[in-house]
Ligand binder design. Sequence first.
Ligand code: CAA
Length: 697
Amino acid sequence: MTDAIGYELDGDIAILKAQNPPVNALGHAVRVGLVDGIERAEQDGAKAVLIYGDGSTYFAGADIREFGKKPLEPGLPGVCDRIEASPLLVVSAMHGTALGGGLEVALSTHYRIAVPSAKVGLPEVLLGILPGAGGTQRLPRVAGVEAALDLITTGRHIKADEALKLGIIDKIESGEPREIGLAYVRELIDTGATRRPVSEMAAPEPVEFDAVYDAVLKKGRGQVSPATAVRAVQAACELPFKQGMARERELFMELMNTDQREGLIHAFFSERAVSKLPELKGVEPRPLNAIGVIGGGTMGAGIATAALLSGLTVTMLEMSPEAAEAAKGRISGNLQGALKRGKISAEQFEALTEKALTLATDYDALKDADLVIEAVFEEMEVKKKVFSQLDAVCKPGAVLATNTSYLDVNEIAAMTSRPADVIGLHFFSPAHVMKLLEVVVADKTAPDVVATGFALGKRLRKISVRAGVCDGFIGNRILSTYRTCADHMILDGASPYQIDQALEAFGFAMGPFAVADLAGLDIGWAVRKRKRAEGLDPRARDSSYADKLCEDGHFGQKTGKGYYDYAAGPRSRVPNPDVLPLIEAERAAQGITPREFSDEEIVRRYMASMVNEAAKVVGEGIARRPLDVDMTLLFGYGFPRYRGGPLKWADLEGLPELLADIQSWSEEDPYFWQPAPLLEKLVAEGRKFDDLNKDAS
Ligand code: CAA
């Protein structure tokens, strides 16, 4: 026996207790322990075996850290077969989350009981693989093909009551897993229940698998694991159990060797590592109960909504009673959405809008706030005024945050007598929906203020990324570069529509021009005007065709026209016929003869520009680790999760080849394509971005 599985005998019932914190992942020691435990129970002459998990959960799945390493025997499929084949009655008692390999172990036991709060699921496709220990063969036999396809291709978790309806579990009972499990085993023995191996059940009825495969592939936007899993379920219908298992293994190994699997697992661990900063170890955040939000536009109202939903009280400061009422209207509208989706009850809605939210027009109302976030007009002078007033009224120790997306947080902090309390909290619109929060740390920001920024992010269920101060921080700075790259390709002959289509085929939720239309073309216009006013480098290429769209009042979706025409609604975009003539006129004015771009070249240039700027951002310490950039792009910019993030993508593509491309393009445009020193260094040392993540962990 290993320590990972505890063994005890209660009369003629052997009890196997998983004790591999934090989530009882099915690592090597657990697998060995399970097989040993079953063998020992058989030798001890037990009648039945109960399997349950110590701590917070039953098995939450295979140990993801073992993926990509040399597999150690016994493998999980063999463990499941051994459990199922035992002549004893084997029962699972489940609590917490029985996921992936965890549910597969449960399905190999003969009966399953769960507490009401338990959840089950086969989330493997979300990690780029498929259930590889019989899940695709056993689940359809138990729950039918339709339900199995739904659970396996979406990876969604379901609650115990739904699992009971589907036949995945046999009984729900409140209590400790050990106790309810033992009572159930005794009941089964007393009623003469016999073993019930799922593998011996009849093959399930097939469905139109080709049609399902096509639909799932399309929905995955290039992600292959869900569609591949359809073929494994198909095998459950068409092949005897043993051969079905072999087919599952074959497809599982195919996926295990893909870049998508690497990308998704990188995303899984990075999502958890991103908020764990060595500098914050042992640093306590400041108390956080009441917050103030200044400015109730779309952004401020979104921030207030997120805060209210997380249980914070919010004071919304606006310039006039009318503006404050309008802000309340926006917040109520957002909360109505949460009510409709069943996230809050009607009573909670009432309490949030009437009790937890206070409207104000006087800064004095913010004097008791633990943290104040301003979301006012994006102009330095306006922000400075706000911060001098906050400095005058806020209590000592209050965190003063700006939601600026570009401006210098040091300059804003300097307006106060307490720059150590000032931080940037950059939300993404709509702030109650978008997962990303950039926590912008200025030169003088105190560590416990940074910790408070992260604590707020956690409370609002955001992915918080630490960023240093520079124009655009991590995300918008990189965006500005890859957007410029796209603009250059347009000048040289590509169309916005080809670029969008190529990048959507790469996996982005939306191409950059569709995104610009959604965000509002006036935003980019304002940035261009500001940058031109500050003085562009004479070597930088510039274009003004997009300004002409704005001058004519076309700001994208909100005005019905931008790069696309939205006459038929926001979801049915068609190219705006005015755009290509404007581009052609610009090319003519600049004396450019347009050339053809392949989709492949578009993606390569766009991605290379993103990686190069990201390498500068990491090299300058604006992002501490490559994974911080990856998570920023994933959660704020629609980057395809299955590619892991731009720097994970770069590692998988090969850094030397990317650098060589950048160097060759720098011959035609040496200003834009300046290779990042960090990229050059990594190539020279034969290292990857992920090595820097490991160095930092
Ligand atoms: N393997 C290894 N480590 C895991 C793990 C796993 N399957 N699941 C979670 N962990 C680790 C996390 O990385 C985290 O570690 P750190 O504290 O060092 O960051 C720790 O366990 C706690 O996890 P969370 O912070 O996510 O805790 P939570 O309570 O919010 O969520 C959970 C718990 C719902 C189980 C969530 O961790 C989760 O969804 N895990 C993944 C489950 C999964 O996908 N299982 C399928 C695995 S694939 C498989 O089983 C293949 C197969 O068919 C053979």
